[in-house]
Design a protein around this ligand. Structure first.
Ligand code: TPU
Length: 558
């Protein structure tokens, strides 16, 4: 049998550990999909549309380290680019692969379907460059191995999405076979001089401090530095706080854990800890308008060290040439013991009192019951909206994971992302919290959970509107058409699936529905939780006010 470009791509994807890739068919990628199907180490998983396909791959990368999505030219790829932008913002190596025009049509002056109707087919490559770290167009088999390897290697190294387009007549063309996978996975050698200087500067900061505090940010996970972060915390012994998007990235049962730092909406005591510290070690943070609560909570100055995935800034100097993991490991060997901030404080998880079982369901009672379901095997996917804040106030057992998309913030992300996440970590339990407004964007991907029998439990919070937007800036555009959300399961089952849909209006009904959901192993469950529109967390309201006032700043006149 001829060894082909498509087979090369499949082998490389399987070699980096992918067991699945996500796809939507179209005539520019059909031959490529056939080639990928020949690889028996990987399963092809189908999505309802390309936006969802991109988000499914994004979720798979969260669970599995990397992912691939295969789409058709323009009509597919341009939809997928939104999700790929999300993967870029969230530091996830997703390989977007698009079928593309026949190599003979490039430069021929031919007008092709699924294109802009012009005769230059380079526009998709140009567009995708902004949302990827590497992008290649393959129009001949001889250069395919180098281009495929470059794209995959760069995505893995930079933890960012990358792009390949393969001319539809080239995916079945004969091609050389790949060598060992090690060439794709090799890390760069660290610059020891720069690393030592960074560690010395960090030690100097810690030595003159008494009340050092660590602040853990989102990128610690994509930098593969979670256990190194914990080891450094053990060594210094100081209080450890987390940023919102890093919920779950530091064990909450750790003796030094002091909760969420999020400016005014921090866990009790955490704001004071960080803002009064004489040394703040920020590990892989993302400081944006949301995470700084409208620029009001941004640790800065002489006593702040920022350790980014590829750079450390401390004492007015910046150091590069090593990874975050290497820096944390080296620092943990030399850092002084500074336990005061942990010794003098404690962390008390939020406790929500149970509601009367027959009382109207509240946001608090719903959150309390969902928190009670979490185990070390749970992955909790929290959509943009009040679901973020509900996730933030939960106490997590060790190894429970929380997924949010706080940098990109595309509502509707959680449904396809949890589908991909569940596909990529079938040994875990997946729980989604999603608002009604968000759900309406990507609801159809629940059908794929039915198709692949994934027991994802979806808490759909029906508060009849875009409540987060109401908190930030209200208007008629924040009120949506109601749906029969639980009833959708009948549509998706279509007489042959095991999806379950229920609507609950009291705490007792919710408890009963959770039991049924947990017994439903062969498909997803939607529990539509009907709550009052005005029933949201105080955190959302306070945070919303701050973000709104940051957005409302008048233009600067010089
Ligand atoms: O908890 P709650 O009611 O706020 O959640 P729900 O119902 O999901 O509403 C979310 C409302 C929302 C919007 C409309 N949050 N952000 N946006 C703006 C937005 C619009 N389009 C996309 C793709 N993403 C967005 N974040």
């Amino acid at each position: 049998m001829t060894y082909t470009v498509g087979m090369y791509l499949a082998d490389r994807l399987a070699q980096i550990g992918l067991k699945h890739h996500f796809a939507v068919a179209g005539d520019y990628n059909l031959v490529l999909l056939d080639q990928l199907l020949l690889n028996k180490d990987m399963q092809q998983i189908y999505c309802c549309n390309e936006l969802n396909c991109g988000f499914s791959a994004e979720g798979y990368a969260r669970a599995h380290g990397a992912a691939a999505a295969v789409v058709t030219f323009s009509v597919g790829a341009i939809s997928a680019m939104n999700a790929i932008g999300g993967a870029y913002a969230e530091n996830l190596p997703v390989i977007l692969i698009s079928g593309s025009p026949n190599s003979n049509d490039y430069g021929s002056g031919h007008v092709l379907h699924h294109t802009l109707g012009n005769t230059d087919y380079g526009y998709q490559l140009e567009m995708v460059r902004h949302v990827t770290c590497a992008a290649e167009s393959i129009t001949d088999a001889a250069s395919a191995p180098a281009k495929i390897d470059h794209v995959i290697r760069t995505a893995l190294r930079e933890r960012k999405p990358a792009y390949l387009e393969i001319a539809c007549n080239v995916s079945s063309a004969e091609c050389a076979r790949p060598g060992p996978v090690t060439s794709l996975l090799a890390e760069l050698t660290p610059d020891a001089t720069s690393l030592n200087a960074a560690v010395d500067a960090a030690v100097a900061l810690l030595e003159k401090s008494e009340r050092a505090v660590m602040l853990v940010g989102t990128k610690a996970r994509s930098a593969h530095a979670l256990s190194e972060t914990e080891a450094l915390a053990d060594r210094i012994g100081c209080a450890v706080t987390i940023m919102a998007a890093a919920k779950g990235l530091f064990p909450e049962d750790h003796a030094s854990f002091r909760g969420l730092y999020w400016g005014e909406v921090s866990a009790p005591g955490a704001q004071e800890l960080v803002e009064k510290a004489d040394a703040v070690l920020c590990i892989a943070p993302v400081f944006n308008d949301y995470s700084t609560v409208g620029w009001t909570a941004w640790p800065k100055g002489e006593n702040v060290l920022v350790a980014d995935p590829n750079r450390v800034t401390v004492g007015g100097q910046t150091f590069e040439g090593f990874t975050l993991r290497e820096f944390l490991t080296a620092l943990a060997k030399k850092a002084p013991h500074r336990p005061a901030s942990a010794r003098d404080t404690q962390y008390t998880p939020t406790k929500i009192a149970p509601a009367a079982p027959d009382a109207r369901l509240t946001n608090d009672e719903m959150t309390r019951q969902i928190n009670g379901m979490l185990t070390s095997k749970t992955t909790l996917v929290a959509e943009t909206g009040d679901s973020w804040f509900n996730a933030m106030r939960m106490h997590l057992p060790r190894h429970a994971r929380v997924e949010t998309e706080m940098q990109w913030g595309h509502i509707g992300w959680s449904v396809p992302s949890s589908f991909g996440n569940a596909m990529g970590s079938q040994e875990r339990e997946h729980i989604v919290m999603v608002g009604d407004g968000s759900f309406q964007l990507t609801a159809q991907e629940v059908a794929q959970m039915v198709r692949y029998e994934l027991p994802v439990i979806i808490f759909l919070v029906n508060n009849r509107g875009y409540v987060i937007e109401i908190a930030i800036h209200d208007g008629p555009y924040n009120y949506i058409k109601n749906w029969d959300y639980a009833g959708l399961m009948n549509v998706f089952n279509a007489g042959e699936g095991h999806g379950l849909g229920m609507t609950v209006t009291t705490g007792a009904e919710l408890a009963e529905a959770i039991k049924k959901a947990q017994a439903n192993h062969r498909g997803p469950t939607i529990i539509e939780c009907q709550i009052e529109r005005t029933d949201c967390t105080d955190m959302l309201v306070q945070w919303g006010k701050r973000v709104a006032s940051a957005n409302a700043r008048k233009p600067h006149v010089s």
